[in-house]
Design a protein around this ligand. Structure first.
Ligand SMILES: Cc1ncc(COP(=O)(O)O)c(C=O)c1O
Length: 394
């Protein structure tokens, strides 16, 4: 049998990929499963997007290849959104890259900038496309462990100089999956300054820019002066607009910096379905109304989850953003064992921290993808498992 490439053999298992297979036998056994694993909410996309999709699907022109340029209407709505939301100006035709979900672009950007001998800095725990893209590009990942005592921030001064000399890409994601940490503006300013000094591409993953609570408004990296020289920012239609399965996102950056990504994409894909791009444009343009109502649902879920998990004996911060709760476990309980026991004995699916890299050990992640009532039920089942695993509930 032909042997796969070393690059593929070197990839770790993709943690969320196996969950549907694990869930099926539980459901067949009649278990009342509560799945809080993936960041994939049970809510409806904006009605305007559904209407526009249906209408666009009727048009034969929309069924043709989108190619790299895609739908101009979508590009223009992205430029308007970036201006309205962050006050940053991007040329719709030269400085925007429509993506087939932000994951696609995040994984491909490594092919555009890194190769054997190069290093990328990958925060751990973190979204696995950073590591996957790096390894598929034949480059080396320097895993930077995010911990509560450093505010889950990456400090480039902690990275050995010999590594920095070979570093091509720094991946940053704030508001952060899975820790829900947010980055102060002063931190972003210092990172941009360091990346400029070191000539490192800053891949800024802003998938949760609109998912914030209590008046907090996450910034774009382009609000920092000088960021245009070194950064590409990624956005997603998935989380904010409940459109995970639609596969649509975008990147913005200077024409020079996004050019190599556009070139890679021209050889590996031919653009997202244009009716989906049309629907995404409609969603973006309608966003202020839809977002406020949608966010209040997530805020109620967050509040319910924080209170219930604390009551069940867990420690967690109240997240200011994202759809995740990052919960600490007692040192004696490995996160994979806890998640496995919780799934097998109580039918609750969570993501063990170690699935997002060894740096995530000691924690597990809960997604606000179901109602407050189900989140409370999940918390009480998790409390029972915590107690059974040798720790008394407070
Ligand atoms: C931090 C982060 N970035 C990017 C993505 C990818 O989102 P999508 O490909 O659906 O746009 C996700 C999805 O979970 C994520 O958590």
């Amino acid at each position: 049998m032909p042997r796969p490439s070393e690059r593929v053999l070197g990839l770790p298992a993709y943690p969320l990929g196996k969950l549907p297979e694990r869930k099926r036998p539980l459901i067949a056994r009649g278990v009342d499963v509560i799945d809080l694993g993936a960041g994939d909410a049970d809510l409806a996309p904006p009605p305007v997007a559904v209407e526009r999709l249906a209408e666009a699907a009727e048009s034969p022109a929309m069924s043709r290849y989108g190619f790299g340029i895609g739908l101009v209407e979508y590009r223009e709505s992205i430029a308007r959104f970036m201006q309205r939301r962050f006050g940053v100006t991007f040329d719709a035709m030269q400085e925007v890259v429509p993506l087939i979900g932000s994951k696609e672009g995040i994984a491909h950007v490594a092919l555009a900038y890194a190769e054997a001998g190069d290093v990328t800095i990958v925060p751990e725990p973190g979204y696995l496309a950073y590591l996957g893209g790096t390894l598929l590009a034949g480059a080396e990942a320097f895993r930077y462990v995010l911990r509560p005592d450093n505010g889950f921030l990456v400090d480039l001064d902690d990275v050995p100089k010999s590594i920095l000399a070979r570093t091509k890409i720094l991946y940053l994601n704030y508001p952060n999956n899975p820790t829900a940490a947010v980055a102060p503006m002063s931190y972003l300013e210092s990172v941009v300054k360091r990346c400029r000094e070191l000539d490192i591409l800053l891949v800024y993953d802003n998938a949760y820019s609109e998912m914030a609570f209590d008046g907090y408004q996450p910034p774009s990296i382009f609000e920092v002066s000088g960021a245009r020289d070194i950064a590409i920012e990624f956005h997603s239609m998935s989380k904010t607009w409940n459109m995970t399965g639609w596969r649509c996102g975008w990147a913005v950056g200077s024409a020079e910096l996004i050019g190599p990504l556009v070139r890679v994409k021209s050889f590996v894909d031919t653009g997202a379905f244009m009716a989906v791009q049309a629907a995404s444009a409609a969603a973006l343009d309608s966003s202020p109304d839809f977002l406020a109502a949608n966010l209040s649902i997530f805020r109620d879920r967050r509040d319910a989850a924080v209170a219930a998990f604390r009551e069940s004996g867990f420690e967690c911060e109240t997240p200011m953003a994202t759809m995740y709760l990052w919960l600490a476990l007692p040192e004696s309980i490995p996160s994979a064992e806890f998640a496995e026991t919780l799934m097998e004995e109580e039918g609750v699916i969570v993501l063990p921290g170690s699935a997002l890299g060894e740096g995530g050990e000691g924690f597990f992640r809960v997604s606000f993808v179901t109602s407050p009532e189900r989140l409370r039920e999940a918390a009480s089942r998790a409390g029972r498992v915590l107690a059974r695993m040798g720790v008394t509930t407070r």
